[in-house]
Write a protein that binds this ligand. Structure first.
Ligand SMILES: Cc1cc2nc3c(=O)[nH]c(=O)nc-3n(C[C@H](O)[C@H](O)[C@H](O)COP(=O)(O)OP(=O)(O)OC[C@H]3O[C@@H](n4cnc5c(N)ncnc54)[C@H](O)[C@@H]3O)c2cc1C
Length: 422
């Protein structure tokens, strides 16, 4: 695998045969999560397809010319021609494999696959999700000398790693950068001895057998499982959103705000996330228009006061997005005034969406008892409706979703499990 810059593009990519090019950024958790997958696949496919990386911030003109609007973005080339499928955002290993396989003859793909040997490993406890809930459970289990593995589709940290600042986690006088708080939590758990399998694809989860298959070929078994998979941002569902996700519409300010220096941005939402992230985006953007469906924000008063004092930010209350379009370099967001029904066009350079969350339960939702919102029901020991399956943090049915409450759940599950196993 090779790191290149704009000046090498013609030589390495245009004349490079079959090539996959990774545009990455710094301070970008999805880029960090992609890096080990990209390297691993370079070892498997490297004889047939050339793997190159380019630092997006330093090679902006080329990135823009190639249509890169979010980090990371993978572009695929064959004999100098850019292939239509680009991958962007939280890129899955299986999606890259699918694209790489399509660039090679079937016999060669079969040969490559036959070289990969399936493995099986066994642990006392398997934790799915390395956010604050999972990391805390990992720490307590490890300190009880229980053989524990933490599996995450991304790098450790959960939402905290992409939160600009955390001011309400006890033990710190000053607000902490989210990435630092999550880094410290993760290092504490890792140094204790918990095994990490992170930035992997979770191929299959079998709660009955208590086993999880990762990256297609690695089976991890355990006596008990803790689900700590948290939540993901809701999509608006408006026309154009899916197509422009990662191509003008972003759900992560820490990842993408830095590309909007002196540019105009629309932020959709009015809760804590929207208000706090709009304030962060204003460090880069020259103008922010917030669009919120109600006549007042629901964010905490302190965050609202900061927002109202920010001269770069204006708000359209009682408006809802109706569609997203790209016109040349600009994003056009059509919003409806809910009082007058008038449709207005907001022209900007990018759109950020922060409109709440949904639980990450897709791979096992039919197996567990859920509340009417789709969150997992757990008892006071964090045990779910299935024996030996626990759930902690934002993914469970509860009133308040905060770092402190996720950490508390992780503590309880770990102590309850340690008592049983010991
Ligand atoms: C923008 C924003 C700002 C916030 N600010 C604050 C704040 O200032 N203070 C505060 O207390 N709280 C804040 N919160 C809430 C806080 O971040 C959450 O309550 C907390 O992170 C929940 O921790 P968790 O471990 O349950 O889940 P998460 O942090 O969501 O972590 C879940 C982990 O599970 C992984 N995962 C998902 N699916 C799978 C799968 N199938 N297999 C394996 N792994 C999987 C994810 O990659 C992730 O790493 C904020 C939230 C957001 C979104």
């Amino acid at each position: 695998m090779k790191e290149i810059s704009m000046v090498d593009f013609d030589n390495e990519v245009k004349n490079g045969g079959k090539v996959v090019l990774d545009f990455y950024s710094t301070e970008c958790p999805p880029c960090d999560a992609l890096a080990p997958k990209f390297e691993g696949l370079a070892n498997i496919y490297g004889n047939d397809i050339k793997f190159v990386k380019m630092f997006r911030q330093q090679n902006k003109p080329l990135a823009e010319q190639l249509g890169v609007r979010s980090s990371p973005t993978l572009l695929f080339f064959e004999n100098g021609k850019q292939l239509p499928n680009m991958l962007t955002g939280g890129i899955k290993r299986s999606d890259i494999i699918h694209q790489l396989d399509s660039m090679l003859p079937t016999e060669r793909v079969n040969e490559i696959k036959s070289l990969i040997k399936p493995t099986v490993s066994e642990f006392d406890v398997l934790i799915l999700g390395a956010g604050p809930g999972g990391l805390t459970a990992g720490l307590y289990l490890c300190q009880s000398k229980i053989n524990t593995v933490l599996i995450d589709i991304a790098l450790p940290g959960g939402h905290v790693s992409t939160t600009h600042e955390v001011s309400n986690y006890p033990g710190f006088i000053d607000p902490q950068p989210g990435y630092l708080l999550s880094h410290n939590m993760s290092e504490q758990t890792k140094l204790c001895g918990t095994i990490y399998k992170v930035a992997v694809d979770v191929t299959k989860i079998d709660l009955e057998k208590k086993e999880v298959v990762i990256d297609e070929f690695e089976t991890v078994k355990a006596k008990k499982i803790i689900i700590a998979t948290g939540t993901s941002p809701n999509l608006m569902g408006a026309p154009g959103e899916r197509e422009l996700k990662g191509k003008g519409i972003s759900y992560c300010a820490t990842c993408d705000a830095k590309y909007y220096g002196d540019k105009e941005v629309v932020v959709i939402g009015g809760g804590n996330s929207a208000v706090e992230e709009a304030d962060f985006i204003s460090k880069f953007a020259s103008k922010i228009t917030m669009v919120h469906q109600f006549d007042a924000f629901t964010a905490n008063k302190q965050a609202q006061a900061k927002l109202f004092a920010n001269p770069k930010i204006t708000t359209l209350f009682e408006h809802e997005p109706r569609s997203f379009k790209r016109e040349g370099e600009k994003m056009v967001t059509e919003v409806e005034d809910l009082k007058t029904k008038e449709i207005k066009k907001l022209v900007s350079d990018g759109v950020f969406v922060f409109i709440g969350m949904k639980p990450n339960i897709e791979m096992f939702k039919d197996k567990l008892e859920l509340d009417s919102w789709g969150y997992i029901k757990a008892n006071e020991d964090m045990l779910t409706s299935m024996p030996d399956i626990y759930a902690v943090g934002d993914v469970i049915s509860k009133k308040y979703r905060q770092i402190t409450t996720a950490v508390a759940d992780g503590t309880i599950a770990a102590i309850a499990i340690a008592k049983e196993l010991n």
